[in-house]
Design a protein around this ligand. Sequence first.
Ligand SMILES: *Cc1c(COP(=O)(O)O)cnc(C)c1O
Length: 373
Amino acid sequence: MEFVDLKAQQKIIRKNIEAGIKKVLDHGKYIMGPEVGELEAKLAKFAKVRHAITCSSGTDALVMALMALGAGKGDGVFTTPFTFVATAEAICLAGATPVFSDIDPVGFNIDPGKLETAIKKVIKRNNIKPKAIIAVDLFGQPADYDKINKIAEKYGLFVIGDGAQSFGAKYKKKSACCAADIACTSFFPAKPLGCYGDGGAIFTNNDALAENLISIRVHGKGSHKYENVRIGINGRMDTIQAAILLEKLKIFPKEIELRQKAAKNYTKLISGISYLKPPAIKDDVTSVWAQYSLLARDEEKRNELIKKLNRAGVPTAIYYPKPLHIQKAFKDLGYKKGDFSVSENAAKRIFSLPMHPYLKHEDQNFIAKTLAD
Ligand SMILES: *Cc1c(COP(=O)(O)O)cnc(C)c1O
């Protein structure tokens, strides 16, 4: 059994992917070849956003988004400590300061009430200037954007959606990619829509921001590559990766449905187990189930269940075992254990089960049985 079965997917589309790669080898435009523009048009259409700008990774998407918004030295960017390191790392790379705020225990996304308290605290302390919020759509479920946007408006902040795990998810019937000023996603192979290497994309309805991002992606270019009007990065997506994504995007809507079916089935199977709490999806949103993450009663039970599953040949993962505020990389921010109790509690109890569109019913039954025994 695989945790994410990319081979099952490849079997279905291998021929088309090989044809797509061959086309790139034939025309030889490895950097910003025609497939990149074609993919951007298709991504924008799929996400129903004016601009889709592909880039080198989800991490670079976040860095570029922060650069485009002018977030840098002296600016505070709010996010949660219960996320992949790249969310906060990008803030540091842009030169700004991460300010952590705890998650809501049900959806594992930033708690809007606590967020406002954190913003007020920074304003009062007056050492950094609140600039932006990065809301993370953890495990594929969109954050509470209406509330977050309202708070952002009140304090004059930008909102970036870290949708690395949520591409294809819906927030109030609309694509989660248009719920924030800028949304970022990742096409790392194991994400819901993944390429065969690193890749990412940035989405916005704002024309000026899009223009800015296109410049930042190629070393801050002006009207051409050797006119440099701002500091940028080398943030391009490879043409070969775009060719692969063009094929994968074709089957992605169907794959989202299959993920949702698999998640529903898991929840049905384990909802009777007293020491487990299946994930809950909030009203008015859909998840693309980047992960099926559930809570055990306590740390001891979690570790016991993981051992049991692994022994039975079922791979598991823990996202995330150590919240960012207590990671060594962020020690200069001055946080300590106990600062974010909801994140710390989740880190002790959470674990993730195999999740991908080609998960078999019999495997899910076996996993549920192993968990219940
Ligand atoms: C994967 C991920 C990223 C980073 O994406 P890469 O493409 O690996 O750079 C950022 N944020 C979150 C929440 C992620 O899961």
